[in-house]
Design a protein around this ligand. Structure first.
Ligand code: PNS
Length: 166
């Protein structure tokens, strides 16, 4: 049984995250989506909100489990017998940060591999920060987040209606 972990802040989950998680679920037996408290960032959504949005966006995918995590990813992977961390790699700008995290995790847990799935072209520049930024100006985020959670994310970020949308 091959278990992998898709870790992240998911603040909030985007279509890019969902694409990577679905592809991981098609490739491995079990995918644990681990929502981490990232001490370097001040999240907009609470852990509970982020998990709720992920669970809704991933509803129906049998081999995916969404969990909240604190502490080190390398330790959690050991605890869950996960063989690899799966992450999406977007533009070149991701590379250095992702490489640094992969090497750190390898030092902390030598049995843990990091596997990168290349992002789809349409998600190349998509991030949770972009979603928050566009929504904060009342912009249209329909192409950025799953349809089933669009209204919840928009209402939460815009605090109501959106004049720019048809
Ligand atoms: O979506 P993000 O914010 O880029 O995800 C970063 C995340 C949560 C994967 C990373 O910060 C992480 O692994 N945090 C857990 C703490 C840890 O293991 N740190 C050491 C490796 S950098």
């Amino acid at each position: 049984m091959r278990t992998v972990i898709c870790p992240g802040s998911f603040d909030p989950v985007t279509l890019g995250h969902v694409d990577i998680i679905k592809r991981a679920a098609n490739t491995f037996d079990k995918v644990i989506v681990a929502v981490f408290v990232n001490k370097a960032k001040t999240p907009c959504f609470t852990i509970e909100e982020r998990m709720h949005l992920l669970n809704k966006a991933l509803d129906g995918i049998e081999n995916v489990e969404v969990v909240a995590c604190e502490g080190l990813l390398a330790d959690y992977a050991r605890e869950r017998n996960a063989t690899a961390v799966v992450k999406g790699l977007r533009a070149v700008s991701d590379f250095e940060y992702e490489f640094q995290m992969a090497l750190t995790n390898k030092m902390l847990n030598p049995e843990l591999e990091t596997i990168f799935f290349t992002s789809r072209a349409e998600n190349m520049y998509l991030s949770s920060s972009i979603v928050k930024n566009v929504a904060s100006f009342g912009g249209n985020i329909r192409d950025f987040v799953p349809e089933c959670i669009h209204d919840e994310i928009r209402n939460r970020l815009c605090g109501g209606g959106n004049k720019n949308e048809s």
